[in-house]
Design a protein around this ligand. Structure first.
Ligand SMILES: [Zn+2]
Length: 486
């Protein structure tokens, strides 16, 4: 994630370098215990909330979603969508009922394993009561038919997010952490990752984009066609997106993977040329972080003026056109490097608690520092030193942010500074071994700050608690780091 305004600020702070808790997190939902064959189930409602410290209202308990098959229909005559979703999940308790996040849209029918289920709405929750209880460990499929006009969210520090229609009935669904429930029923917590099939039916004059691999385009009624996308790697719910409208498409292959780059047709073709550098930037990042984790890559630049940010949507980041207006090419490629770095740190390795956002944004900002050096600019040490001495190092503790501030400058610049402080403390070899091992060991899963600290300590053989306490948990400027002895 990058907000256009926030990055402009960062660029000013670091003009020469960058173009343009002690309370720790629990692990993601533990695997369900194996039910005993002779056990008597005790059915109870799943918790209609999650254990996230900052956004407990997002997400639900009692099950683990494993796959979403979503079909969204869109016409050029209005802003309403039709939706059809099959959510496959495994019960992590004996369930008498369970909830999904779903905002505003009207539900017309729900079945569980093919049998009609009762359902009700409670705020942004859809509560489903199956005909019979679902025992712990059972896999079940919930089929929801829904539709209506999606309602966006207004998020502090970020603005509008969610499913949004704009100019001439184009549409885009994008945001963090709020977006998924505005267009599909979901267990909307990053700890519950799942694979996705997303089919979008749109007028034939438009393109309909999502993440992953395009598997088919099929004719549909009313002068429309359906675009079928498959994301086969587990994905956090906020990383799923759709973009419908008028785009120039460019397809190619890179290291055997399909590359799809799309630029809103209203934008100049100079944007296409910059976005075409995506494979080259991906290669550089892979040289730093290890193998690229997914089976597709690319990027999309839209022209919806309401969304002023870029987001690391899995396999295919989605960028606001604002990043490409009156900015230098080096700035633009730095933004691309940021979002592509999230494919390793944020997408493949996802946070389990939103308060760990520095694990996403600190790493992606550090990737910008690495990219700047690769382009012949300042080294990360030089960038860090200038930031440290400028008096502009954020004073807030990135490990203790509240929900209003998770996309402030703090997790970005102080998060990246924390990584450079680690690098100075343990040396280049242990540092790069740590961040590569982090990507490898938690690939397609989730990770916590505690787990990252433990990994760095294990690889370096050093006590890193004082370092991370100072940089992540203490709201003052830490001492300038130095190489730890031993
Ligand atoms: Zn980011």
């Amino acid at each position: 994630m990058l907000a256009a305004g926030a990055l402009a600020t960062a660029g000013l702070l670091l003009a020469a370098c960058v173009p343009a808790t002690q309370v720790r997190v629990p692990s993601p939902t533990p695997p369900a215990a194996s039910p005993s064959p002779s056990r008597t189930p005790h059915f109870a409602p799943g918790a209609a909330r999650s254990d996230d410290r900052l956004f407990p209202e997002l997400g639900d308990g009692g099950y683990d979603a494993t796959h979403y098959a979503i079909t969204v229909g869109y016409t050029s005559s209005g802003k309403a969508i039709t939706g059809d979703a099959v959510v496959t999940a495994t019960a992590t308790q004996d369930l008498s009922n369970f909830a999904l996040d779903l905002r505003a849209l009207t539900v017309s029918s729900v079945t569980v394993d093919g049998r009609p289920a009762r359902f009700s709405r409670a705020g942004d929750k859809l509560v489903v009561t199956p005909a019979t209880g679902i025992p712990l460990g059972a896999t079940f499929a919930t089929h929801i038919v829904y539709g209506g006009v999606p309602k966006t969210y207004e998020a502090p520090g970020l603005g509008t997010e969610g499913f949004h229609s704009y100019a001439g009935q184009q549409a885009i669904a994008q945001g963090e952490p709020h977006v998924a429930a505005s267009w599909y029923p979901v267990d909307d917590r990053p700890g519950d990752k799942a694979t996705y099939d997303i089919a979008i039916t749109a007028p034939v004059a438009d393109v309909a984009l999502a993440g992953g691999v395009l598997t088919a385009k099929t004719p549909a009624s009313g002068g429309r066609q359906t675009w079928h996308w498959t994301e086969s790697a587990p994905m956090a719910s906020y990383l799923a997106f759709v973009a419908i409208g008028r785009y120039r498409l460019h397809t190619s292959t890179h290291n055997g993977r399909p590359v799809l780059v799309a630029v809103a047709s209203s934008l100049p073709t100079s944007v296409d040329r910059v976005l075409a550098q995506t494979p080259r930037i991906t290669d550089f990042l892979a040289s730093q972080f290890g193998p690229y984790p997914f089976d597709a890559e690319g990027g999309i630049v839209h022209d919806d003026p309401v969304f002023g940010f870029a987001l690391e949507n899995q396999t295919r980041p989605v960028y606001s056109a604002a990043f490409f207006r009156n900015t230098s090419t080096s700035y633009q490629t730095s933004v691309i490097a940021h979002e592509l770095a999230h494919q390793w740190y944020g997408d493949s390795v996802s946070l389990a608690q939103w308060q760990d956002i520095w694990l996403n944004e600190g790493f992606a900002t550090y990737a910008m520092w690495l990219w700047t050096e690769h382009q012949g600019g300042a080294s990360p040490l030089q960038t860090f030193t200038q930031l440290y001495n400028s008096g502009k190092l954020p004073k807030e503790a990135p490990g203790r942010l509240d929900r209003r501030h998770i996309f402030d400058n703090t997790p970005y610049n102080r998060g990246a500074a924390t990584l450079e402080a680690l690098r100075i403390s343990i040396g280049d070899a242990a540092f790069f071994q740590t961040i590569r091992a982090w990507a490898a060991q938690h690939r397609y899963g989730n990770g916590t700050t505690d787990e990252f600290i433990a990994l760095a300590a294990q690889i370096s053989g050093k006590n890193l608690v004082p370092l991370f306490t100072a940089w992540l948990d203490t709201a003052t400027r830490p001492a300038f780091p130095k190489r730890l002895p031993g």
